[in-house]
Design a protein around this ligand. Sequence first.
Ligand code: DAH
Length: 346
Amino acid sequence: MKDKLKKLEATALPAIDKAKTPQQLQELSVKYLGRKGELTAILRTLKDLPADKKPEAGQLSNKTKQALEAAFSKKEQELSTAAVDQELKKDFFDTTLPGKTPPQGHIHPLSQLQEEIEQIFSKMGFAIMDGPEVEAEYYNFEGLNIPKDHPARDMQDTFFIDKEDHKKFGRLVLRTHTSPVQVRTMEKYGAPLRIIVPGRTFRYEATDASHDTTFYQVEGLLIDKDISLAHLKGVMAEMLGAVFGKPVTVRFRPGYFPFVEPGLEVDFSCLLCDGKGCKVCKGLGWVEFMGAGMVHENVLKAGGIDSKEYQGWAFGFGLTRLAMMRHKITDIRLLSNGDTRFINQF
Ligand code: DAH
C-alpha cells in the first residue's frame, strides 16, 4: 500500500502541475479524488488491513490526500490568475496614445467685433441697449420723422409681419435699422443719454455680394447739454482707432436722413493706402462708413425730451460692413451661410 501511494503521488503531482485549463484540472480531480478515483480506491482497501498496520497506513494515505488537495488548490489559483491576466491582455489599450480632440467652436467674427465695440464704448461711458427685431412701424418710421408718404421709406423697404393696424403704432415690421431704439430709450430714460445699440436688422432687397436681407448695425445716441458734432468726431476716431489698431482720421460730409438735422455722411481715411487712393477706396483715400447728424427736434419730441434744453447727435453704422472691411471679406453671404471652412478662419 505504501508503494501504491508513493507511485500515485509520483504520477499525480506532476500531472496536476501540467494542467493548462480548469477543465483539465477538474478531470484530474475526478481521476484521483473522485468517487471512483484512484486514491479513493486505495483508501477503500484500508479497512481490509490488519489492525496493527492500520494507523500507519491511515496516516500515510491522509498525507497523500492532503498533498494532492494542496496541489489542486494551488493549481486552481494559478489558473484563475492566469485567466484574469489573459482577460486584461485582451482589453489592453495604450494609455500613452494621444486622445481624440473634439472639434471646438469659437465666437463668430461678427460677435467678436460687436463685443469689442461694446467694450470701447463702455469705456467712454456709453450704455449698451437692446430693442425688438419685430418692431412697430411707428418706432421704425414715424417716431424717426419719416411719415407714411415720405420718399425716404422707399430706401428701407421691409417685411411686414401682420396686416393689423395698431393705431398710432401701425403694423408690425422687421426693423430696417437700429434707430427705433433711439425713441424707445428716450421714452424710457429721458435725458441725458449716452447709448449704443448693436443689433440685427432686415431689409427687403435682392441679395448679392454686398447686400443681404439680414445684417447687423450699431446705433449711437448721445444727448446732453452743449453737445456738438466735434464730440462725435472724437468718439468715432477713438472707436475706429481701437478697432483697427492704428490712428484713423474721420471726415464729415453733408448727408440726408430725416431723423437728423443737419445730417452727415461719415468717412474714414482708407487704411490700405493711408489716404493716398487705392482700389478699395476707389482712388478717393476715404471709405464711406456711416450716417449721422444732430438729432432732429421732432425725434427728441417723440422721445419726450425738451429740445430747448437738450440736444445731441446720433449715428448708425453697419457692423457687418465693418467686419467685412476688417477681415477683407468680399461677400456678405459668407458670414451667414454656415460654411465651416470659411468661419474656422477667424
Ligand atoms: N439708420 C440709418 C440707416 O440705416 C443710419 C443712420 C443715419 C443712423 C443717421 C443714425 C443717423 O442714427 O443719425 O441707414
